[in-house]
Ligand binder design. Structure first.
Ligand SMILES: Nc1ncnc2c1ncn2[C@@H]1O[C@H](COP(=O)(O)OP(=O)(O)OP(=O)(O)O)[C@@H](O)[C@H]1O
Length: 495
């Protein structure tokens, strides 16, 4: 009986198996905890809405980011955009309530897109750009009334409305630059930044960091940022009246100085023939003081389709005669030496994309030739080739492309070499390039001034080390049981 008990006590296998099972369970539990610990709890998101009230139209953007990465390094993404039907809010000066009405459809869409339980905490901003800047210059009370109407309409929605205001040209340029560099991940990583070129309807912005600009020359062009622990001294300038639509008015004003009844415009296709009103052409503060005395009510706008002549007329809208700084772009505005890559968006993209010219490795001479051929194409043929393109856009691509090329090369001094540093872009990683994202990131303090503390090990490294250590400990434990194994193998089992 006692010999039998001794035999039972000396059989170590059940104990060993139990130890192995417990050990395996312990390893699995440890690794599971390590994997789960650092995972986002449940995917909760926060939202922000920005309305870009531009001169030509208003667009609504919804941004989304993981709630636990709020105020940190979480990637903010555009999840939805809505183009407001009709013109920009500045066009409703004589019917301000319609400006508010116009936003309702997109706002209702936003109500559907943002989860109901997040509505009240979702900030809603409206930023107006050059159209409202011009209206405000021209008629301050009309601009106030438009804002009242817009604010009244937006307050009726369940979001956290943070106000409607006009952005300065400097803000528009700087936030466009923040957007591009945030989306490209250049800020967090402290990489060389990308300059931003924005061509709107009524203004155009150029923003970039140049190592030979510290803000001392022409300080009004300087914006400083401290982002993720890096200091940036940004050069930025917004040219009011040099957006695509207002620049066209400047160009047409050049050709109608003497109040003619007909103009043969080199920037429009041969065969183009439209009757236009002088008061519509001269209705903006960019040209109103140039309206020819005694001009007839209308003029016949005919196309000639000549790129070189168009370029000559376009050049005349820039003033290259005076510069009180070490160097200027145009109109006496300081500009440091161009540096680094550039992202060109809004109308830069629309126009160059239409002409299949977004590839900037195409030599400038070939670009010119393509625009030349396009401008010379008869208007009837252009319309027949592009039945799906809105005529309002279609008629302006010849002027648009000539203006873009002239602005870049003569205005900003891009050369045949530096032209290839430009990338014509619409979106970066699914988000539209423009000032809206940078504006929201700034107002929600989403980009920290200092680099956030990062854990000493990345999550994958942490999990690997925990797994490895657990396996090693288990092997050590098994090795420590060696005397038991030996006993087991030296004494054959007695039955
Ligand atoms: N698909 C398109 N093809 C050609 N031109 C377009 C297209 N879409 C918009 N545009 C034009 O491009 C220009 C710039 O448009 P965008 O919406 O960026 O300017 P905006 O915000 O209205 O102007 P601003 O920023 O000066 O207030 C406008 O003249 C607009 O009419």
């Amino acid at each position: 009986m006692s010999a039998q008990r001794e035999m039972k006590e000396k059989n170590p296998w059940p104990v060993t198996i139990i130890i192995i099972v417990i050990g395996v369970i312990a390893i699995v539990a440890l690794v599971t905890v390590a994997v789960l610990q650092n995972m986002p709890l449940s995917q909760k998101y926060k939202y922000g809405i920005v309305l870009d009230a531009g001169s030509s139209h208003t667009a609504l953007y919804i941004y989304e980011w993981p709630a636990e990465k709020d105020n940190n390094t979480g990637r903010v993404e555009q999840t939805h955009s809505c183009k407001v039907k009709g013109p920009g809010i500045s066009s409703y000066a004589s019917d301000p309530w319609k400006a508010g009405e116009s936003l309702k459809e997109c706002m209702k869409e936003a109500e559907m897109k943002v989860p109901g339980k997040r509505h009240h905490e979702t900030p809603l901003y409206l930023g107006a750009t050059a159209g409202m800047r011009l209206l405000n210059m021209e008629n301050g009370s009309a601009s106030d009334q438009v804002f009242q109407a817009v604010e009244g309409a937006l307050q009726k929605f369940p979001f956290s409305f943070q106000g409607a205001r006009i952005l300065s040209g400097q803000e528009e340029g700087a936030f466009g630059w923040v957007t591009v560099n945030y989306l490209d991940d250049r800020l967090k990583q402290g990489l060389e930044t990308t300059g931003a070129l924005d061509l709107g309807g009524a203004s155009t912005q150029i923003s970039f960091v140049s190592s030979n600009y510290n803000g001392s020359e022409s300080p009004s062009n300087s914006v400083t940022f401290r982002l993720y622990g890096n200091n940036y001294n940004l050069y930025t300038h917004s040219f009011l009246c040099y957006g695509k639509d207002q620049a066209m008015k400047l160009m047409l004003a050049q050709q109608t100085k003497s109040g003619p009844e007909t103009i043969l415009d080199p920037c429009f296709h041969p065969g183009y023939n439209e009757t236009k009103s002088y008061s519509d052409l001269y209705n903006s503060p960019c040209v109103s003081n140039r309206k020819p005395q005694g001009a007839p009510a209308t003029f016949t706008h005919m196309g000639r389709g000549n790129f070189q002549q168009c370029q000559e007329v376009v050049k005349k809208v820039f003033d290259f005669t005076s510069c009180k700084y070490s160097q200027c772009s145009f109109n006496g505005v300081f500009q440091p030496l161009l540096q680094g890559p550039f992202g060109a968006f809004s109308a830069y993209y629309f126009v160059m994309n239409f002409l299949n010219l977004t590839n900037t490795s195409i030599p400038l001479d070939a670009v010119r030739q393509k625009i030349k051929d396009y401008c010379a194409t008869p208007w009837k043929q252009v319309m027949a080739q592009h039945p799906d393109v809105k005529v309002n856009y279609l008629q302006e691509y010849c002027f648009g492309a000539t203006y873009i090329l002239t602005l870049l090369t003569e205005g900003y001094n891009f050369t045949s070499e530096s032209y290839s540093n430009i990338k014509f872009i619409k979106k970066i990683k699914g988000s539209d390039a423009g000032w809206t994202l940078g504006y929201m990131l700034n107002l929600t303090n989403m980009i920290p001034a200092e680099a956030p503390d990062t854990p000493p090990l990345p999550h994958a490294g942490y999990v690997s080390i925990v797994t490895l250590m657990a396996i090693l400990l288990f092997i050590l434990f098994l090795v420590s049981l060696r005397p038991l194994w030996r006993r087991c193998s030296k004494h054959p089992r007695i039955i």
